[in-house]
Design a protein around this ligand. Structure first.
Ligand code: B12
Ligand code: SF4
Length: 378
């Protein structure tokens, strides 16, 4: 993982986590016989050893560092594969700095890519595939790799991902382009067992028992979230935990109560704006009029609410007052942008796994995608 530049969430809030993409991919590579090492350049120097193949995860904000790193390895004759959000969206750009680029989720295709690079060939672009969460290597297969990393600066150390995908389609977000529409999840009992293993491992390493779920929306499938909380309770997992969830989570009193009993202490919500017009403009389904009660409900259950908001729009800037934000109601002075013919832009070139992508239309509060798979495989 390339080192991050500047001062962001990473430094400001101390939310530093082990690089999950590299951990699960390392576990996938081990399944087909590779010896692996996961290196986070935020925490350790570049190893002097010369690997057979280098894989680098690339987010847009890390792309310059990632490309420079890739170029330096290739200059030494080491084949490089790039993957992650940024190369998935701009694969031809990434391919200028790599021998191979994987678009989308990589667990299924990685063995082929590694074999090709080992044998001195490459197809250039490789298309990932949405797997069921059951096929994603669980924590038991990568926890030893976390143990081998310099851990003292990771807070939280304990992370896991129980679901992939999102049922929404916010304009500014890349998640459904990588992980698809809908939500796939690990069986609740398996996820609770994984959480227990992660916590045990973390405690062995001397960290405090807090676990962060990397899932994009813990409210994506509330029935599943309920089952997960029940499973955590019946497995007796001793941890407090935090998660990201859309506002629907806090609007469900029973679920909030259950989650609190299962150890939930922090919920991150993308409120994004207190202006309904701005939210409509970016295809976000939140209703600012609900924010105050939603946050109050979380607080009543001793769950901290942390919210992201955007400053990208003039409406947002104008209306966001730190004192009034949770109760402010937008006026109807700015007409919302018409959403009637929304299209999801496909990456270039359009990879096969996005072949099913098509047009999404929004009517009122509902978004319907005609050809995008509404529920990826479970
Ligand atoms: C956890 C997280 C964080 C943590 C990071 C902890 C860490 N060290 O990883 C924290 C909270 C610190 C964080 C911060 C930020 N984040 Co963040 N974060 C996430 C989140 C929720 C999960 C990442 C993750 O681990 N996913 C699980 C892994 C398994 O999925 P994955 O990374 O997609 O990997 C798969 C494929 O992409 C591919 N792949 C990935 N890497 C590689 C490498 C190779 C070689 C190959 C072959 C394949 C491959 O295979 C993997 C397995 O299928 C994602 C959303 C998401 N769903 O991914 C956003 C996300 C990565 N974050 C995002 C953003 C924007 C940010 C911030 C800029 C927010 C801000 N405004 O400050 C900051 C960045 C600060 C900085 N200094 O750069 C965006 C990135 C968009 C982009 N274009 O790159 C995402 C996608 C969220 C979004 N809604 O769009 N984030
Ligand atoms: S709800 Fe969150 S994860 Fe889903 S599309 Fe919107 S910003 Fe992305």
């Amino acid at each position: 993982m390339p080192a991050w530049a500047g001062v962001g969430l990473h430094q400001v809030f101390g939310h530093k986590m082990p690089p999950m993409a590299l951990l699960v991919l390392a576990a996938a590579a081990r399944r087909c016989g590779w010896r692996v090492r996961v290196v986070d350049l935020n925490e350790e120097p570049l190893p002097a050893e010369r690997p057979d193949v280098v894989g680098i995860t690339v987010w847009t904000m890390l792309a310059p560092q990632a490309y420079a790193l890739a170029d330096s390895y290739r200059a030494r004759g080491v084949p490089v594969v790039l993957g992650g959000v940024h190369p998935s969206l701009l694969p031809t750009e990434a391919l200028r700095h790599a021998d191979a680029v994987v678009v989308g989720e990589a667990e299924a295709i990685l063995p082929t890519v590694l074999e090709d690079l080992r044998d001195g060939r490459s197809a250039g672009l490789y298309n990932g595939e949405w797997l069921t969460m059951g096929a994603v290597p669980p924590a038991e297969e990568w926890l030893d790799l976390v143990g081998a990393m310099p851990l003292t600066r990771y807070i939280p150390l304990n992370t896991l991902q129980t679901t992939r995908g999102c049922r929404f389609n916010c304009d500014f977000c890349s998640v459904i382009r990588i992980n698809g529409r809908g939500s796939r999840h690990r069986a609740a009992t398996a996820a609770a067992a994984e959480m227990a293993a992660v916590v045990r491992s973390g405690q062995r390493l001397g960290t405090f028992a807090y676990t962060f779920l990397l899932d994009d929306d813990l409210a994506a499938d509330r029935e599943y979230t309920g089952q997960l909380c029940e499973a955590i309770l019946s497995a007796g997992v001793k941890t407090t935990w935090g998660a990201q969830a859309s506002i629907g989570f806090a609007n469900d009193p029973e679920l909030v109560d259950l989650a609190a009993r299962a150890g939930c202490r922090v919920v991150f919500t993308g409120f994004e704006s207190v202006s309904r017009e701005t939210l409509i403009e970016c295809n976000k389904k939140n209703r600012p009029s609900q924010f105050k009660e939603a946050v109050a409900r979380l607080h009543r259950h001793k769950i901290m609410s942390r919210g992201a908001s955007s400053s990208a729009s003039t409406t947002t800037r104008r209306r966001c007052s730190p004192r009034r934000w949770s109760s402010s109601r937008p006026s109807r002075s700015t007409p919302p942008t018409s959403r009637s013919s929304r299209r999801i832009p496909a990456p270039t070139p359009s990879p096969a796994w996005l072949g099913k992508a098509g047009s999404c239309t929004t009517t009122g509060a509902a978004t319907t995608c005609t050809t995008w798979p509404s529920s990826p495989p479970r």
